[in-house]
Design a protein around this ligand. Structure first.
Ligand code: SF4
Length: 351
């Protein structure tokens, strides 16, 4: 059985013809999949029974074969998180957020992650494998299927779930290009964001591909030793060089860079840290997204007080750095990266 999800229309046409179906059926199925978010062949009403039988015999559609292992909905109804079981037995998390402007999805790019950031549950056990482009697109379409009745679709994508997207660059780009197509989500590149811990060759490749995709950098510390302790990637790609690469991308793409900064109590939340961060970002096309830490019990990190967060924010603003504190979404549902998957794995081990 071949999975046809997220294949270009031309490839679908070839497959259908080889299976003895008429070429125009490919266009019809393509529309059902990506404009109506219908993944069950039997629900595609304009297909003949005979053709449905052929399709069922020869092809699968990934979102239809994903298993929802866990689902958590925040008490305010604004955030839904799914733990998806992939056909090979692995699992990944994906999160839907409802904003004033519409729906955004935070997708994973790898099963687990090899970057071992100290505050992150996804990096606890390392990377298992890269996701395929189809597996990335499927995370968006699973939610499109749920939004279908409201006549809505996901309008923004952030590649910020588990995994380091720059280490799976080709599949991530392929997935974003697919979502950009007029006959799928028709999503603007400006509504897509790739978040990296600072893989410089990936930032350069993003610059080379030329589409105005947003870039977010997980910075989290501007003292070299501390950043290396929090994010081992800093050894290979020191953050000052990352800032230079990001600045070059900003100039080439015209996009403002977002710097993510997790505030960890007593580690990187002092007024001195805020001043130092301001010095690095002054006069840059940049904004800072402050994230009060979601504690990862295994790592012993604490969330700073509200007063400490406000103090940090005020210092950045005084220094004319565009900064906000991330709106807390889904705190009551383990929305931070990798937490649900880690919890699920632990429960399975205890069984
Ligand atoms: S924060 Fe991102 S890059 Fe770091 S371990 Fe977690 S998933 Fe990987």
């Amino acid at each position: 059985m071949q999975d046809i999800f997220a294949l270009p229309i031309e490839e679908l046409q070839d497959l259908f013809v080889a299976a003895g179906l008429k070429k125009f059926r490919a266009k019809q199925v393509f529309q059902w999949l990506y404009q109506k978010s219908v993944f069950d062949f039997t629900a595609m009403h304009n297909l003949s029974k005979a053709d449905i039988a052929v399709l069922q015999e020869k092809f699968t559609v990934l979102p239809h074969s994903l298993e929802i292992l866990r689902e958590q909905n925040s008490s305010d109804g604004m955030t839904s998180k799914l733990l998806l079981g992939l056909p090979d037995g692995n699992s990944v998390e994906t999160v839907l957020m409802h904003h004033d402007y519409g729906y955004s999805v935070c997708v994973s790019s790898q099963v687990g992650c090899d970057m071992h950031c100290a505050f992150c549950a996804s990096g606890l056990k390392g990377a298992v494998r890269n996701l395929t482009a189809a597996e990335i697109v499927a995370q968006v379409y699973l939610f499109n299927e749920r939004l279908r009745e409201q006549g809505a679709m996901v309008s923004r994508v952030v590649v910020m779930g588990s995994g380091e997207p720059m280490l799976n660059f080709d599949s991530v780009l392929q997935a974003l290009d697919f979502l950009h197509r007029e006959d799928t989500c028709n999503m603007s590149y400006r509504n897509m964001t790739i978040s990296t811990c600072g893989i410089i060759p990936g930032i350069k490749r993003l610059e080379e591909q030329g589409n105005p995709i947003n870039l977010a950098i997980s910075l989290h510390a501007v003292k070299n030793e501390l950043r290396t302790a929090l994010m081992p990637v800093n050894k290979g790609y020191p953050f000052v060089d990352v800032l230079t690469a990001a600045e070059s991308y900003s100039k080439a793409s015209g996009r403002q860079i977002t710097y993510e900064y997790i505030l960890l109590k007593g580690k990187n939340d002092s007024p001195q840290d805020a001043e130092l961060l301001s010095n690095y970002l002054r006069y840059k096309q940049a904004s800072v997204n402050l994230i009060p830490a979601n504690p990862v019990p295994e790592q012993g990190f604490e969330r700073p007080s509200k007063a400490a967060v406000e103090r940090f924010l005020r210092i950045l603003q005084k220094n004319r750095i565009n900064a906000t504190v991330r709106k807390e979404m889904g705190k009551d549902i383990d929305a931070a990266c990798g937490q649900l998957r880690a919890k699920f794995a632990k429960e399975q081990e205890q069984k």
